[in-house]
Design a binder for this molecule. Sequence first.
Ligand SMILES: [Fe+2]
Length: 328
Amino acid sequence: MKNFLYDSRLTEKNKLEFEQRGWTVVDLKINADLINKALKGVREMKLISLKKDYKVRRIYYDHLFNKNIAAIELPFNQDICPQIIKIFFSEAKIGSLVRSLMNWDNPCCDLARLFCMGNYKYRGNWHRDYSTNLEEIHLDSNSRNIVLVGINLLPQKGFRILKKEFEFGGTNSIIPNMAIDKAIRKFPFPLSPPKNSYYEMNAEIGTALIFDPLIIHQGSNYKERFDFHMKFYDSKNPKEKKNYYQDFSVIDILHENYKLDFDYLKNKCNIPIDKRSTLLRRFNTSVDYRTCLRRLLKVKFLKNHHSYKLLKSQGWEVDFLSNTIFQN
Ligand SMILES: [Fe+2]
């Protein structure tokens, strides 16, 4: 018998959806006033990160006149985390959700970032957060030892995840072997599989998207976003650290009192330290975002590549309009 109370926000439908298709959206049952205040809080975090030059950030597409910060790493650090976000987490009880869904005793967060991209359309590459055991894809997703939780402070529209039947080893697979799986994940431009092969999220404000990161997925949005992105595992160490306002453990660098050591974070933890692109690159990104002109040659080159022919034979196409104002 596990030592926790079942979280009633998690319905039978949520459990079944997660087990079988690898994702579900749970209503956090937080009142609208607190969500609004938390939204103000994350906007403030973005400003503080610029003012204090809190360098642990990701920039996906740096524009000419806009340092387009896509994400802030280590968001619970005392240098950046406002009181209202602490209150929000004490109400959101994410640990309780993870415990009830996964039947874990000690969910521990070992990755946390705040996605905070400005008003740009964005689409990443299809990927898995780990890929060591593809033959396990068709097991129930609640048997995994890793789970991802996204906490939506704005509506989250666009995130895509492949249906299990189209996955590696599925009855309708568009990833028939490891070579194709690798080719998809390594392809240096966003791809679109057939429309009926994936789910596309349309999650409301104040919800948590819980998903199985072994299943291939693609980050995507159409406008400004604010969502916390957190990865959990079941820690066997009862002495793991905890932030007083959270009901789950965290690894050392995610504790609010962690003293930032940029070299350590970059070299040992793979946490990026942001750096602006060159002027020329930023100019190209901004022009391409509005015109699609810069990508014509690149896409022409990629389409001639051997790996693309392989992918196309399975229904994967270059998503030509991704990361532009025309993205659909
Ligand atoms: Fe991912």
